[in-house]
Every structure is written in structure tokens, then in C-alpha cells.
Write a protein that binds this ligand. Structure first.
Ligand code: HEC
Ligand code: HEC
Length: 279
């Protein structure tokens, strides 16, 4: 449960060696098992770290759905895969050829459940999760539909952008759940980079970095006050790439409450209804 997202690579490699390709829809079968198997190989190498080997999602959204919001047809899917989605954590896979992208598309479509009863059912109750969100004061740092304070990222569509494992881990171990994109450093959340400074008088401030240039750094302290420092005067300037300003809720909420919150967060998709449509 507390598996770090970074461990996903090793996990992906292990599954890649053990999982046997499964036949999907009628269309998938007729396109040939070879293409599907190759699609899986490329998917595991290029996509699984963020979307999960089984497509259940993680740092990226789940792909084991009937309808993908941004990829209604295969042409759109191929375009997204090759160019990425600018301004988000979804990178382009320019190293894959057009033919390889089509194979990946075939594999991605095969991840959709073929029967309603196979679709993932969340254990938690979203309406209880919503109550917890209010009770725990999550909106002191997060906005949903414009309500709240944006000290942390906006969560209005977080359920469409992240998988359930990632959401759960964000609550249990926030520092380990920072999206890393394709680099070793967390990248989506550079806005919330945690820094600690100790000035010439020995005063210590820990907060989120707002801005930094060669000579100065601006930090928002836990009370929300913005402080500016002249870097050459600082005794200590430390950046914590694995830290979060958000506390862990592991010791504060029980398992049922965590699952309820996860179900609520997963329901924040910006979509009107569930995307399930029997096809
Ligand atoms: C570094 C992480 C990462 C990698 C690698 C990655 N993705 Fe994504 N992907 C994301 C994120 C994050 C989003 C959500 C972007 C947003 O809307 O904010 C996303 C979104 C998508 C979407 C849109 C989903 C929807 O509901 O419309 C598709 C489709 C997709 N990715 C497919 C792929 C495929 C196929 C690959 C491999 C070729 C891949 N991605 C590789 C992180 C990644
Ligand atoms: C003190 C401010 C603070 C509070 C309170 C807080 N968070 Fe956060 N949260 C953050 C910050 C900052 C991030 C950005 C990533 C990081 O630093 O962990 C974040 C990240 C997240 C993410 C990951 C978002 C993504 O796009 O991957 C989720 C989900 C989340 N918080 C949910 C919650 C919930 C639910 C609560 C209440 C139980 C809560 N947060 C309380 C500051 C806070």
C-alpha cells in the first residue's frame, strides 16, 4: 500500500516478464496477437510507470476505461502519445514510430473492461469522503470548484488526472507521492518545493519556495506570510525534494476514512456522469 511510485519501474519490469497477453475485444483480436503483444511491450516500457501495468493509473490517470476524455478515437490517442499533453505531466513518446504507437493504442484499448462487472469498484463512500474533506480542513490548502485556498494544488479534476493508488499514497505518505514526470526530480510540484533557510541571525524558516533567482529566494511560511532572503547572507539553504508541506493522514484517519476520502477524490473528475457505457 505504501509502495513508492518510484518503485513502479521494478514492479513494471517484473510484471512484464510474467504477464501473458490477454485477448481483448473482437476488434483487438482481429488485428493480430502479435501487434497486441508488441503494443504491450512498448506500453510497459513507456507508459506503465505512470499509468500502471494494468492501466489502473498512478501518477497518470487510469486508462482501463471505456472512454478516455482526451482520446475519444485512436487518432487522438496516437497524437496524445506522440506529442504528450502540453502543460501537464503527460510527456510525448517521440521515440516510438507511428506503427509502434498504433500497437500501443491497440493495447490501451484492450485494457477497457469488456463487462460492467469488471469495472473497478472503489471500496469507499464518496459522500462520507466529502464530509471528511470538510472536517479535516483540506480546503485550507486545496481548492475544489473554486472553493478553498490554493496553498497546494487545485483538486477540481484530480480524479481524472491521477490513479487511485497515487491518491491513497498522497494521503498516507505525501512526500513519496510527488509526481516525477520523466526526471528523477518531482516536476509537477516544483511550485511547492519545501525549502529551509537559516539567516545570519540564526532564524530558521521552513516553507514553500515561491520564487528564486541567483541572489534572492522568496518563501511562503506555514502562516502564509511571504518572506524574501538575500541568498549570499544565508547560513543554510536546503531544498527537500522528497518532502511535502502536507502532513500524512496515516496516523490520523483510519482505513475506512482513508478509503472514503480516496473515493471522494477519485470522483472529482470534472465529468458529469460516470464514463461507463456498455459497448
Ligand atoms: C511521466 C508520466 C507519464 C508517462 C510516462 C505517460 N503518461 Fe499519459 N498521462 C500522464 C498524466 C499526468 C496525464 C494527465 C494529464 C492531465 O490531464 O493533467 C496523462 C494523460 C494521458 C491520457 C489522457 C487520458 C484521458 O482520460 O483522456 C492518455 C490517453 C495517456 N496519458 C496515455 C499514455 C500512454 C499510452 C503513454 C505511453 C506511450 C503515456 N501516457 C505515458 C502521465 C504520463
Ligand atoms: C498544509 C497544506 C495542506 C493540507 C492541510 C492538505 N494538503 Fe494536500 N497537498 C498539499 C501540497 C503542498 C501538495 C502538493 C504535493 C506535496 O507537496 O505533497 C498536496 C497534494 C495533495 C494531493 C495530490 C494532488 C495531485 O495532483 O497529485 C492530494 C490528493 C491531496 N493533497 C489531498 C489532500 C486532502 C484530502 C487533504 C485533507 C485530508 C489535504 N490534501 C490536506 C498541501 C496540503
Amino acid at each position: 500500500m505504501r509502495r513508492s511510485i518510484a518503485a513502479g519501474w521494478a514492479w513494471a519490469a517484473a510484471l512484464f516478464l510474467t504477464v501473458v497477453p490477454h485477448a481483448g475485444s473482437q476488434e483487438t483480436r482481429s488485428a493480430g496477437v502479435d501487434d497486441l503483444a508488441r503494443g504491450r511491450v512498448h506500453y510497459v516500457a513507456s507508459c506503465a510507470r505512470c499509468h500502471g501495468v494494468d492501466g489502473a493509473g498512478g501518477e497518470g490517470p487510469p486508462l482501463d476505461r471505456f472512454t478516455l476524455d482526451r482520446a475519444p478515437d485512436d487518432a487522438a490517442l496516437v497524437r496524445i502519445m506522440s506529442q504528450g499533453i502540453p502543460g501537464t505531466g503527460m510527456p510525448g513518446s517521440r521515440w516510438l514510430s507511428e506503427g509502434e504507437l498504433r500497437q500501443v493504442a491497440l493495447f490501451v484499448r484492450s485494457l477497457a473492461p469488456t463487462r460492467p462487472e469488471d469495472a473497478e469498484v472503489l471500496r469507499g463512500d464518496p459522500s462520507r469522503g466529502r464530509t471528511l474533506f470538510e472536517r479535516e480542513g483540506c480546503s485550507r490548502c486545496h481548492t475544489v470548484g473554486g472553493v478553498g485556498t490554493a496553498r497546494g494544488p487545485d483538486l477540481t479534476t484530480v480524479g481524472a488526472r491521477r490513479g487511485v493508488d497515487h491518491l491513497r499514497q498522497s494521503l498516507l505518505d505525501p512526500g513519496a507521492a510527488l509526481p516525477r514526470g520523466l526526471s528523477a526530480m518531482p516536476r509537477d510540484f516544483v511550485d511547492y518545493l519545501v525549502v529551509t533557510v537559516v539567516d545570519a541571525d540564526g532564524r530558521r524558516v521552513r516553507g514553500a519556495r515561491l520564487n528564486e533567482d541567483s541572489y534572492t529566494i522568496q518563501i511562503k511560511d506555514p502562516r502564509g506570510t511571504v518572506r524574501s532572503f538575500y541568498k549570499p547572507d544565508l547560513r543554510v539553504l536546503e531544498k527537500e525534494f522528497d518532502a511535502s508541506l502536507m502532513r500524512s493522514y496515516a496516523d490520523r484517519l483510519d482505513e475506512t476514512e482513508i478509503e472514503d476520502l480516496v473515493a471522494y477524490l477519485a470522483s472529482l473528475t470534472g465529468r458529469r456522469r460516470s464514463c461507463w457505457s456498455p459497448g
